[in-house]
Design a protein around this ligand. Structure first.
Ligand code: IMP
Length: 218
C-alpha cells in the first residue's frame, strides 16, 4: 500500500480523492491525520504549477511521505487572465494580510465576487468567457516532482441581474455560467454533477492514471 498525504485541510477534497483511489493500492491521508502541525508554505508563485509545486515539495519533505497538492483559480479572458493565482484574494489584489486576514471565507468570497462584477462592467456576453483551472503536483519524500496534471472547466461570467445564482459550491460559483449553453451557474449544479465535470475532477482523474505508473515503476 502506497501512502500519500494530500496537502489540504479541506475534508471534502480529501474524501473526494479517497473515493477516486479506492480501487488502487494507494492510501490517501490528510495533513490533519498526521497529528502534528506543519509550517504553511508561502504560495508566492506566478503560476498555478509553481504554487502547487511549492506546496507538494514542502509537505513531502516535512512529512517524509509522497505528497499531492493542488492549486486552482479562475481565469477571465477579458481581464487578461485575472484573477488567476490571486483568485482567493482578488478583492485585495492578492494581499493575504491586513483587512483580508480578518474576514471569513464567505466574506472574502463576497468581496471577490463584487470586484469581479465591477471589473467586467459594460463587457458584452461574448467577451465574458472564463475558465476554472486546477493543477495537481505529486512530489516524492525527497522533494522531486514525479508528475503534474491540469484540468479546466469552461464557462462565462454572467451579467448583473442574471447572476449571482444558486446555493451550492463556493467562491465564484454563483457568477459562473457553465459552457456550452450558459444557462446554469456552477452554484446551481448538485455537488455530484459539478464533481463529475469540474477542473478539479479532470486534474484528479489524470493524476490517478499517472499514479499507477509512478508506483509501478518504483
Ligand atoms: P484553492 O485552490 O482551493 O485555494 O482555490 C483558489 C480560489 O480559486 C478559491 O478561493 C476560489 O476563489 C477560486 N476557485 C477555485 N475553484 C473554484 C470552484 O470550483 N468554484 C469557485 N471558485 C473556485
Amino acid at each position: 500500500m502506497h501512502r500519500i498525504v494530500f496537502a489540504s485541510q479541506n475534508p471534502g477534497k480529501i474524501r473526494e480523492l479517497q473515493a477516486l483511489t479506492a480501487d488502487q493500492d494507494i492510501e490517501i491521508i490528510g495533513l490533519n491525520d498526521l497529528g502534528r502541525a506543519f509550517a504553511e508554505p508561502i504560495e508566492d508563485g506566478e503560476t498555478f504549477l509553481e504554487n502547487a509545486t511549492i506546496k507538494a515539495v514542502q509537505y513531502a519533505k516535512e512529512t517524509g511521505l509522497h505528497c499531492l497538492a493542488d492549486d486552482s483559480g479562475l481565469i477571465v479572458d477579458a481581464l487578461d487572465g485575472r484573477p488567476g493565482v490571486i483568485s482567493s484574494h482578488f478583492a485585495f489584489d492578492g494581499n493575504t494580510e491586513g483587512e483580508a486576514a480578518g474576514l471569513s471565507r464567505q466574506e472574502r468570497d463576497d468581496r471577490n465576487n463584487a470586484r469581479l462584477m465591477h471589473d467586467l462592467e459594460g463587457v458584452a456576453d461574448a467577451d465574458r468567457t472564463a475558465r476554472f483551472t486546477c493543477t495537481m503536483v505529486l512530489a516524492s519524500p525527497d522533494g522531486q516532482v514525479l508528475a503534474h496534471t491540469q484540468g479546466d472547466f469552461e464557462g462565462r461570467i454572467g451579467q448583473p441581474g442574471d447572476v449571482p445564482r444558486g446555493d451550492h459550491g463556493f467562491g465564484y460559483d454563483p457568477l459562473f455560467l457553465v459552457a456550452p449553453d450558459y444557462t446554469r451557474a456552477s452554484a446551481e449544479l448538485a455537488p455530484e454533477e459539478k464533481n463529475s465535470m469540474s477542473h478539479r475532477a479532470k486534474a484528479v482523474g489524470a493524476m490517478m492514471q499517472k499514479l499507477a505508473s509512478v508506483f509501478n515503476d518504483s
